[in-house]
Design a protein around this ligand. Structure first.
Ligand code: S3P
Length: 165
């Protein structure tokens, strides 16, 4: 079954996805990674050159290509913004939202030195909050399950998803 992991930047979509894939002997696909392979440049550079709208179009295209992926799908945090993506995600069998509070996300985003996250790179907390807050209801609405990741290791979160499945 296809399992999609939703969440804001720093929520652990890729990390949890890898562990879950390993534990259940399935493949994991990171959609940002697929986009980077297609565009052949870092996401930040693509944003600079072509803008966020062009990136969102690529994101939809790559999501469509992985609708029936037999494993774990980890999209970028903004996947829930486009209406078309919302429809696709709602039709997918299991969508899990990795809910993480803003403080925790901010500290993880800051710790990430190799930062290819143009939307939050060098941004003030208030600006990141303005991106985060309107997304929360979208993640909540689209997800079939919500996991509060506070005080849980990626391993524990992966085990919880296995229980759900
Ligand atoms: C974005 C999240 C990033 C990446 C891009 C935009 C977003 O992915 O797709 O920088 O709008 O939240 P991660 O959530 O994997 O960092």
């Amino acid at each position: 079954m296809t399992v999609v992991l939703l969440g804001f930047m720093g929520a652990g979509k890729t990390t949890v996805g890898k562990i879950l894939a390993h534990k259940t002997k399935r493949e994991q696909v990171d959609l940002d990674q697929k986009i980077v392979e297609t565009i052949n440049m870092p996401i930040a550079e693509y944003f600079d050159k072509y803008g966020v709208e062009a990136f969102r179009k690529l994101e939809t295209q790559v999501l469509k290509e992985h609708m029936d992926f037999p494993g774990i799908v980890s999209p970028g945090g903004g996947i829930i913004l486009e209406r078309e993506n919302q429809k696709i995600l709602k039709e997918m069998p299991l969508v899990v939202y990795l809910q993480t509070n803003l403080d925790e996300l901010l500290s993880r985003i800051n710790q990430d030195n190799d930062n290819d996250r143009p939307l939050v790179h060098d941004k003030a907390i208030e600006e990141i909050k303005d991106i985060y807050l309107p997304r929360v209801p979208l993640y909540e609405e689209i997800a079939d399950y919500i996991i509060d990741t506070t005080d849980k290791t990626p391993e524990e979160i992966a085990d919880m998803i296995i229980e759900i499945e």
